[in-house]
Design a binder for this molecule. Structure first.
Ligand SMILES: [Zn+2]
Length: 299
């Protein structure tokens, strides 16, 4: 890795790029912004940084959702199954290395724009996701019998003596509401009921569910960041309808491509997660198309 040891001259037309350089604790080495897309280089840089950047672990415990145990947390970010743009945004948000406003220069909700605020407690972003967790909870309850059936069938096919057939899942399903500090790391939080080794090993549906969760949750956070940028830099305020239309358009394209089209999960995900919350007020097609990356960047 060709790390630079001197800070380059800020680009006259894009001064914010200078602030986005990822510095180590000594401030003597940094990774330029345009290098962040190279995962291996970013990993080497982060591992060489001492002490490692603090990972914003949620303070609110949950029996149903938890960060993967025994794994370096930054590796979990790298392994996240996500659209590349969404993974990059999450990485930057977790590092607190994005352009943010303070109360002195127009921060939202009369507070400093921390990443945890922008993705969690902010009234603007939270207005978009009222139905997000309720829909996932509905999907989880609907797909649980299928997963239990697959696990039982898999275990029954094992040579004797076979382990006892599971009658209940190893953890509860998440509640329809989340604490504000859980949203920032949402794609990294595992559904313990479905990600448990005894379940995931024996159920294709459980593994596909966890994949869809990561892809959809990371993109949902990405959309929140895009909506924030449009409001902050273009005075373009998203409606909940527009947000939902953008989510559905992209997940219909990328999310469903990861699941067998003949599986029950495919149809349940499509009908529960990709169905507009307000059928009487369908999202406008043009709004769904207006998610080009070029309009998503800070000025
Ligand atoms: Zn806010």
């Amino acid at each position: 890795m060709d790390l630079q040891t001197t800070i380059p001259e800020p680009n006259r037309h894009k001064p914010y790029l200078h602030d986005l350089a990822l510095r180590n604790s000594e401030g003597s080495r940094f990774l330029p912004f345009n290098e962040w897309q190279h995962i291996s280089r970013a990993r080497k840089f982060l591992q060489a940084t001492s002490p490692a950047p603090r990972f914003p672990t949620p303070t609110t415990p949950s029996d149903a959702l938890s960060l993967p145990a025994g794994t370096h947390q930054w590796k979990a970010v790298e392994r996240l199954i996500a659209i590349p743009q969404a993974r990059s945004v999450i990485h930057r948000l977790l590092l607190q290395n994005v352009p943010r406003k303070t109360t002195n220069n127009g921060g939202c909700c009369n507070t400093d724009e921390t990443a945890a605020h922008l993705v969690g407690a902010c009234a603007y972003s939270s207005s978009f996701r009222a139905q997000y967790m309720p829909k996932w909870t509905t999907l989880g309850k609907a797909i649980a019998p299928v997963i239990r059936h697959e696990v039982a069938k898999s275990l029954a096919s094992l040579p004797q003596p076979s382990p006892p057939l599971p009658v209940i899942l190893p953890a509860p399903l998440p509640l329809p509401s989340l604490a504000p500090d859980q949203w920032l790391v949402l794609p990294l939080l595992e559904w313990r009921a479905f990600a448990h080794p005894s379940i995931a090993k024996n159920s294709r549906t459980a593994r596909d569910f966890c994949t869809l969760w990561q892809v959809a949750s990371s993109y949902m956070i990405n959309l929140q960041w895009l909506a924030r940028n449009d409001r902050t830099y273009k005075n373009d305020q998203w409606s909940a309808c527009r947000f939902e239309a953008a989510f559905i358009t992209q997940m219909d394209k990328y999310g469903l491509a990861l699941v067998s089209c003949s599986s029950q999960l495919f149809y349940m995900f499509k009908h529960i997660m990709l169905t507009p919350s307000a059928p009487s007020n369908p999202p406008h097609a043009q709004q769904a198309e207006d998610v080009s990356p070029s309009s998503r960047l800070p000025p």
